[in-house]
Design a protein around this ligand. Structure first.
Ligand code: ADP
Ligand code: MG
Length: 688
């Protein structure tokens, strides 16, 4: 649609010179297509006029007026223009602070649409905060509903409107229709040209709805085509499946000091079933913090190994990867599983033999960070890739997954539940397994909110726990001092807690700026109980598992997101004794911060909290999606537009299944969507 015809620089539009082009570039707009695809962020409904005379009773005036007079007041740089205007109800003054140019653009006798707040001052009805749009030729001002665009310095709303209008008149007709007509008819989708024009300059509210729905449908449809293509390729792929009897698994289960929970058994069976199918597995295992996902993943690894393959287990941080490696050493090595650890920090001497062992198949299970999937790492037969806390990974790592040998089975794990609609959009072809129950005997963590100033009481309470032999985390938003923010930080508080508050208990400090060696020591000391207090930043947020820890104190809790707070609280309550979480907050909470803290108090259920988080933050900013950029949609929002998504999805799958030719069709929209959706859409399959 856009690429060739409308891919020209914005400078082809009349009135766009170098300086305007530069300003547009700051908004990420360089071509005509960019301009047309920059949909309004909002609309200003001016469909009903409010005359000047109603200024006192109405929030704002919105009228068509004539310029009667210009007058200047003040001196030198303070010189300010006053424009007297008149509509059928009366006259008023526009006070044009910093807008001397209005003298030229609104000459006496001109007619204009004026919108703004007016007050009675110095004997006149006046306004200094108004928008004015001259009525003439190509002015956009007459439209009843006006688009509101994101702006940048030196670019006015009116200017932006005129540019888009121009782009629409000069180039809009060249927009080609690419959605199959039958599909459009079935769902009442407007022709693309019309949808585009009405999304920018809607004739009325209903038309705007129609236009937006059409564009949203189109975008989600192509997105789902990308997902469907991927699903098809997976379905057609064949993985050799030597028979597996689950012997290694049974041996591990026998050796465990506890029974698997019912949900661990269930999810583990779902995974085993997938791993018996001819196509590769693509499964998301979700379960709240502490629900025992690691063990389920290890069971899957054992099946892969028993079948003669290798397994790779990736964690988002070195800290967590090391912890998993230690657990694997404890649980799996006794079964004869050959283990290795690989991260960016494995030193140069140790590296080559390790890589050779992986290449030659002398290692069964390798645990590590994203280094596991870097260019230099080759596997003899990678059968299963486990990705822990997958919501923390960007696209690239997942892309890299696709390149390693034949298609491996993929098991992603997350403690941040993904709403079904999002799972559908992003992971169209991903199966989901859920652990809902916790291991038995867990007591839910008791949570207290404490206002800053009262933390001494918290410290005293924690002293009691420490004296009883338990351990505690203290978490801070900053590592060290900050010039801009006056917040408690981990370094200073570690010092204070060590010398003043708890001189009787050994204390460790961990944060991301420490050397890896130091980090490892700090963590090991805490795990082994050599230190009783661990002062930290949010590096301890994910995965860390120390069952003897009974207190989590988060200071400046108002600075943490809800998902982070829930993860932090999940560090305690891992044993059978009662654990506590203290959220210490500062004065002057924002409404959102207050809502987050309240939610933490109200629930310990990760699924409920994830929903609450969504409500507080609003759709479109789901955990990890916006930031990691794997959903770059221009107008659709998979949560808000869930219903359209489902329709678009079933159409896309039906079409791709019926007409595989679409897989290679030279369809510009599809290509563009794929480009945007990539590397996500075609990874990790299809390149193996
Ligand atoms: P997460 O799902 O957050 O990754 P982990 O896998 O870290 O949870 O497990 C949390 C803790 O629960 C670990 O100490 C683990 O050994 C323990 N655990 C796992 N499964 C069970 C079970 N069935 N019964 C008792 N404890 C279990
Ligand atoms: Mg975990």
């Amino acid at each position: 649609m856009f690429l060739r015809e409308l891919g020209q620089s914005v400078t082809v539009l009349s009135g766009v010179g170098r300086s305007i082009a530069e300003r547009l570039a700051r908004l990420g707009i360089s071509t005509v297509a960019d301009l047309l695809l920059r949909y309004p962020r909002d609309y200003d409904d001016r469909s009903s006029f409010v005359p000047l005379a109603s200024f006192a009773s109405s929030e704002r005036v919105h009228t068509i007026a004539e310029v009667v007079d210009h007058e200047w007041f003040g001196f030198a740089r303070m010189r300010t223009l006053k424009i007297r205007i008149r509509d059928e109800s009366g006259t008023a003054i526009l006070v044009c602070f910093n807008r001397p140019f209005l003298e030229q653009s609104l000459p006496i006798g001109a007619r204009a649409v004026v919108t703004g707040k007016f007050q009675y001052r110095y004997g006149d009805i006046q306004s200094s905060s108004f928008e004015v749009e001259r009525l003439e030729g190509e002015s956009a001002g007459v439209s009843a509903i006006l688009p509101v665009y994101p702006l940048t310095e030196g670019l006015q709303q009116g200017q932006m409107r005129r540019l888009v209008k121009r782009a629409l008149t000069e180039y809009g007709m060249r927009v080609e229709e690419e959605l199959p007509p039958a599909l459009r008819e079935r769902h009442g989708i407007l022709p693309k040209r019309e949808a585009l024009a009405s999304a920018h300059f809607p004739e009325d509210g209903r038309r705007l709805e129609e236009a937006r729905r059409s564009l949203i449908f189109e975008e989600l449809f192509y997105f789902q085509v990308a997902i469907a293509r991927r699903a098809m390729r997976r379905r057609e792929a064949e993985v050799p499946r030597p028979p597996v009897r689950g012997l290694l698994k049974s041996r591990l289960v026998e050796r465990l000091p506890f029974e698997l929970t019912a949900d661990q058994v269930k999810t583990s069976e779902e995974i085993a079933r997938d791993m018996g199918e001819s196509r590769p597995m693509s499964r998301l295992l979700q379960g709240d913090v502490g629900s025992g996902k690691t063990l389920v993943a290890f069971l899957a690894c054992l099946d892969a190994i028993e079948a003669g393959g290798q397994a790779a287990f990736m964690a988002p941080t070195e800290l967590l990867a090391r912890q998993h490696a230690a657990t694997a050493a404890r649980l799996l090595e006794p079964l004869g599983v050959r283990l290795a650890f690989l991260s960016g920090n494995v030193d140069d001497a140790a590296r080559p033999p390790l890589l050779a062992a992986l290449r030659e198949g002398r290692i069964d299970l390798v645990l590590g960070t994203q280094a596991l999937f870097s260019e230099e790492v080759e596997y003899r037969r990678l059968a299963l890739a486990v990705v822990d806390e997958q919501h923390r990974f960007g696209v690239l790592q997942r892309l890299a997954l696709g390149r390693k040998g034949s298609l491996p089975d993929l098991l992603m794990m997350t403690a941040t539940p993904i709403p079904r609609t999002l799972a559908l959009t992003v992971f169209g072809d991903l199966e989901v397994s859920t652990i809902r129950t916790m291991p038995p005997g867990r007591k839910s963590v008791v949570t207290h909110l404490t206002k800053v100033g009262n933390e001494a009481r918290v410290y005293e309470f924690v002293r009691g726990l420490l004296a009883a032999g338990r351990q505690a985390y203290f978490v801070y938003p900053l590592i060290g001092e900050s010039e801009r923010l006056e917040l408690k930080n981990a370094e200073a508080m570690a010092e204070r807690l060590r010398t003043e508050v708890y001189p009787e208990f050994p204390l460790g400090l961990i944060h991301s700026r420490l050397k890896d060696e130091e980090k490892r020591r700090a963590m090991d000391d805490f795990v082994a109980g050599r230190t009783r207090i661990l002062v930290a930043t949010s590096v301890v947020e994910v995965g860390v598992d120390v069952p003897n820890a009974a207190a989590m104190v988060v200071e400046h809790a108002e600075r943490f997101g809800l998902a982070a707070l829930h993860q932090l609280r999940g560090r305690v309550g891992r044993g059978s004794d009662q654990s506590y979480c203290f959220l210490v907050y500062a004065d002057g909470l924002t409404a959102d911060a207050k809502a987050r803290l309240k939610a933490m108090l109200a629930s310990t259920d990760g699924f409920a909290l994830a929903e609450e988080d969504l409500r507080i933050r609003g759709p479109g900013e789901l955990a990890g999606t916006a930031q990691s950029g794997y959903l770059r949609l221009t107008i659709a929002d998979p949560v808000r537009d869930a219903r359209i998504l489902e329709t678009a999805r079933s159409e896309a799958f039906a079409i791709v299944e019926a007409d595989p030719a679409l897989l290679s069709a030279d369809n510009a929209v599809l290509r563009e969507v794929l480009e945007r959706a990539n590397p996500f859409a075609d990874a990790p399959v299809g390149q193996g």
